[in-house]
Design a protein around this ligand. Structure first.
Ligand code: MN
Length: 736
């Protein structure tokens, strides 16, 4: 009795009559005339099409349908098997299939077509994993995968007719994608079959050597199998256990894998034979194991109990290796008939059980099949069943292609922005648009498995708070938050340093001077700050009132009672209103109204750095800030030199811009009465507006003034400075 695995060989003369005859055995109560209608439709559509073998095309769908019958699939799957290439190869619309043969069949055919269109690229293991998950995600209905496996199996069986490159590519794809899927779904008959076919086309030398070797000893082997077989049956009879014993050579791929694992040559591979004993129940499985182990010597370390601990794909069996009657190793698998059914057909077995009436379901049915059935009855819908399997396969999302064909897995509901961040943080940060399958879509567009997404970027783009609402993946969300927090911190630091510097100016000193003298030490200690930067951030974010800082600096000697804060706040308010004005103008979309031109963008908000007050003529750099668009600093501004270079932006002065810019000048004079009004007058005389002036007497009979004036450009500033310099009381004039 040489019962081999299910025979999936190509049948060149298979007819629809024969196919229906086989289907009748499987589905005795079904009306199978529908199969003939599927056949006639498919045959008509594929007229004039030929297989690479030269046969008419229809022989392919016939063989695929036959495989599905062998796997005991349902009528919808068999119909889909006959029709599976009509949408892809004959331009039949899914609607037409739905109208003629029903929605279910149409959906399976559409699923197969979608998977056919995936361009597999399997140079990396992780990519192969993603492709497998994608196939599952796109299938929606598990039957799609099983029909696809049947399709692939027949294509592999007729692969000798295509070019050598195509052979290797197809076989590798099969090994990377379809073999693991068949294995995961527990369809071992298909898995073993595909593996041998892959070996044949990927390593033909090894395959044919193995084939030759096994053929050479054919007679000897058959005799040996027969003898051992008889021996096992005899022993079982002795203990009155009834069962079915089969023996066969192992499949090639498993021999090849053993050769690789053990690093040995074919000559040294001993256990080429495998026996299988099928019995009625689990108790008998263990009983037979005892019988085998007492009749033959077991090889230590080779016993495996997959009944107590099933494999993840629910495979159950006892495995052992013993020294056979001629001192050769033989592998023995012991399992129940039902376990065998599941082992050969895996998930496919589910449909067989599903179609049985609950009343005549066997009492000792396998637990997982039972669970699936129960699940299916309570769910009443196959999509929930599919979800259960997807869960099992860890398919949690959608699978998206990059334009170069790589695959990214994203969670359900992911948008192009999520995809951009999955590709690279910098791509995400610079995203301005996206094309899905060649068409422009909004950034909040929901992606589907199989979409090819192209991200459009601009070097001036920056993430915004709104993006947090668009993104669904935690990676994208955390990257955006990181960016926003960094910008906010930088902004606070910038503002804090700015406020402190301005305040210190009133005390004729600067951050730099005080830092040199370690005057900030008491402040830092008081508030437990490690760096000056931390101090700036806290001032800038209004965590720490400026006055408290000034009070804590020894040489400033401000007291709690001094009226400092109010004036400063007034000045801030005044400045703010000015900046709002500038921002407002800068926001207008005509480039004429922008103070600076930002890389071709004309509707971006621009403000001038308060630290350096750049004026037209100054070399400038733009800094990207959060919410407020772009801040323009002089190129030499110390504030920007240590900022992230990625936030620097090329900007240019707009020659057509006619508004004045504020700039501070510091004038040192001999302290004489009326000097302030004298300087003010001379500034006004050259047509320059003064926004504010701060005067301070100094110990050595000198006066010091800071004027905030408004100039249109650098030449106006120079003109003003030289006018003041000409006054005899004036010692020096500098831009502050
Ligand atoms: Mn096909």
């Amino acid at each position: 009795m040489f019962v081999e695995r299910i025979d999936f060989s190509h049948e060149a003369n298979l007819t629809i009559d024969e196919l229906i005859k086989r289907a009748e055995v499987l589905l005795p109560e079904a009306d199978l005339s529908i199969l003939r209608r599927c056949y006639e439709f498919s045959e008509k559509m594929h007229t004039n099409q030929k297989r690479s073998s030269g046969e008419s095309y229809i022989i392919h769908p016939l063989n695929v349908a036959s495989t599905l019958i062998k796997l005991k699939m349902d009528i919808d799957s068999i119909m889909a098997g006959l029709l599976h290439d009509t949408v892809e190869d004959c331009d039949v619309s899914p609607e037409e299939i739905s109208k003629l043969f029903g929605q279910n069949v149409a959906q399976i055919v559409v699923g197969c077509t979608k998977i056919s269109k995936i361009k597999f690229k399997t140079k990396e293991e992780s990519q192969a994993e993603n492709f497998r998950k994608m196939v599952v995600a796109m299938a929606q209905d598990l039957r799609v995968i099983i029909v696809k496996l049947a399709d692939r199996m027949h294509n592999m069986r007729t692969l000798q007719y295509v070019s050598k490159e195509k052979q290797t590519a197809k076989a590798q794809e099969t090994l990377d994608i379809y073999v693991p899927l068949a294995s995961r779904l527990g369809i071992n008959s298909v898995k073993a079959d595909l593996e041998d076919l892959c070996l044949r086309f990927i390593h033909p030398d090894i395959y044919y050597r193995l084939a030759e070797k096994i053929a050479m000893k054919k007679r000897e082997r058959e005799t040996y199998i027969e003898e051992t077989h008889g021996l096992i049956e005899e022993k079982m009879l002795e203990y009155s256990v009834q069962g079915e014993v089969t023996g066969r050579p192992k499949h090639f791929y498993s021999i090849y894998k053993k050769m690789q694992q053990r690093g040995v040559d074919f000559e040294h591979i001993q256990d080429l034979l495998a026996f299988r004993i099928l019995v009625n129940n689990i108790t008998e499985c263990y009983k037979v194991l005892g019988i085998i182990h007492s009749a033959f010597t077991p090889v230590p370390g080779r016993f495996k109990d997959y009944i107590a601990i099933p494999k993840v794909n629910n495979y159950q069996s006892l495995h052992t290796t013993v020294i056979g009657p001629k001192a050769e190793r033989i592998e023995i698998q012991i399992r129940t008939f039902e376990m065998h059914e599941v082992a050969e057909r895996g998930v496919a077995a589910h449909w067989k059980y599903k179609e049985r009436n609950k009343a005549d379901a066997p009492g000792n049915k396998l637990k997982w099949v039972e669970e699936l059935m129960e699940f299916n009855q309570s769910a009443q819908n196959s999509s929930e069943f599919m979800d259960a399997v997807k869960n099992d396969l860890d398919v949690g999302g959608v699978f998206i292609f990059t334009p170069t064909g790589d695959v990214k897995e994203l969670r359900y509901g992911a948008t192009p922005l999520d995809f951009a961040y999955a590709v690279h943080t910098e791509v995400g940060n610079k995203t301005v648009g996206a094309k899905v399958n060649g068409k422009m879509v909004p950034l909040k567009h929901r992606l589907k498995s199989g979409d090819t997404v192209e991200i459009l970027t601009s070097k001036t783009q920056t993430p915004s708070k709104d993006w947090l609402k668009i993104c669904k993946t935690s990676r994208a969300i955390s990257k955006i938050k990181q960016y926003l927090m960094k910008v906010e911190r930088d902004e606070h630091r910038e503002r804090g340093e700015d406020l402190l510097e301005k305040a210190l100016k009133k005390f004729e000193t600067s951050i730099k001077t005080l830092d040199k003298k370690s005057e900030f030490k008491p402040v830092l200690e008081k508030y437990h700050f490690k760096t000056l930067e931390e101090l700036f951030v806290n001032i800038g974010s209004n965590n720490l009132p400026l006055k408290e800082v000034l009070v804590a600096i020894p040489s400033v000697a401000l007291t709690e009672q001094d009226d400092f804060e109010l004036k400063d706040e007034e000045k801030e308010k005044e400045l703010d209103s000015y900046y709002k004005r500038v921002s407002k103008t800068a926001r207008k979309s005509t480039s004429k109204d922008n103070a600076v031109i930002v890389d071709g963008l004309d509707d971006i908000m621009v403000k001038m750095g308060r630290c350096c007050n750049p004026i037209p003529g100054d070399p400038i750099t733009g800094i990207i800030t959060r919410g407020r668009g772009i801040t323009v600093h002089t190129a030499g501004c110390t504030r920007i030199s240590d900022l992230d270079k990625a936030r620097h932006l090329h900007v240019e002065w707009n020659k057509h811009y006619n508004f004045a810019h504020p700039v501070n000048i510091k004038v040192t004079t001999h302290d004489k009465p009326g000097i302030l009004s004298k300087i003010s007058k001379s500034i006004n005389n050259v047509g320059i507006n003064i926004r504010s002036a701060i005067a301070r007497s100094m110990p050595d009979q000198k006066g010091s003034f800071i004027f905030e004036i408004e100039v249109k450009d650098y030449s106006e500033l120079l003109k003003t400075i030289s006018t003041i310099e000409q006054m005899e009381e004036v010692i020096s004039v500098n831009r502050a």
